[in-house]
Design a protein around this ligand. Structure first.
Ligand code: ITT
Length: 195
């Protein structure tokens, strides 16, 4: 069976990606299978750059096709922030709660119609047969207060279009049908099939 390795240390991303791709005849390894892969600094200024860097580094090390996910939340009122620094918006090592609190603090008093935001995921598959990049966006808006306990990251404060619940109030199945990651994976699935 063909194999790929997920170039991520984020357990939630890993779980979502594995679930979404579970029907493919594909063995999906993780960095747990390669404990010595060095931790990468993410220094790019775009999701694309970071995604490529992660996939490239992990492929060089493991010699098998590597799939990276660089993702984040873009808030229009904040000119696209937190964007590429979503994971460390409230500082290096910040918790999800601290990031959410900082963001909601900046949005306090901002009217509902100006609370538009979108999640973006850029996936890169890097292997000997070349590099493929796919992207997925999920449009929505920011909640006033965190709600729900499912998922991770900014899930409790993001309401996807077409729903009144936050990502964290959706079941994993519901999120995996509409999320930015699911949309980027729908495009990548075709590439994985063809390979
Ligand atoms: P890897 O680089 O090891 O993959 P990471 O968590 O550092 O893990 P990123 O640099 O891509 O990954 O940062 C993504 C951040 O964006 C993540 O930590 C969350 O804060 C946020 N994020 C991305 N996808 C999300 C989702 O589906 N739900 C909630 N927050 C998400």
């Amino acid at each position: 069976m063909n194999r790929i390795v997920l170039a991520t240390r984020n357990k939630h991303k890993t779980e979502e990606i594995k679930t979404i791709l579970k029907d493919l005849r594909l063995e999906i390894l993780t960095l747990n299978d390669f404990p010595d892969v060095p931790v990468l600094k993410e220094e790019g200024s775009t999701f694309r750059e970071n995604s490529l860097q992660k996939a490239h580094a992990v492929h060089l090390y493991t010699k098998i096709p590597a799939l990276a996910d660089d993702s984040g939340l873009e808030v229009f009122f904040l000119n696209g922030r937190p964007g590429v620094i979503s994971a460390r918006y409230a500082g290096d090592g910040a918790t999800d709660e601290e990031n959410n609190e900082k963001l909601l603090g900046q949005m306090r008093g901002v009217a509902p119609r100006r609370r538009g935001a979108q999640f973006r995921a850029v996936l890169t598959l890097f292997g000997d047969n070349g590099t493929e990049v796919t992207e997925g966006i999920c449009p929505g808006r920011l909640a006033e207060l965190p709600r729900g306990t499912n998922g991770f990251g900014y899930d409790p404060i993001f309401i996807p279009d077409g729903f009144s619940r936050t990502y964290a109030e959706l079941t994993a199945e519901e999120k995996n049908l509409i999320s930015h990651r699911a949309r980027a994976l729908a495009a990548m699935r075709q590439v994985l099939r063809e390979r």
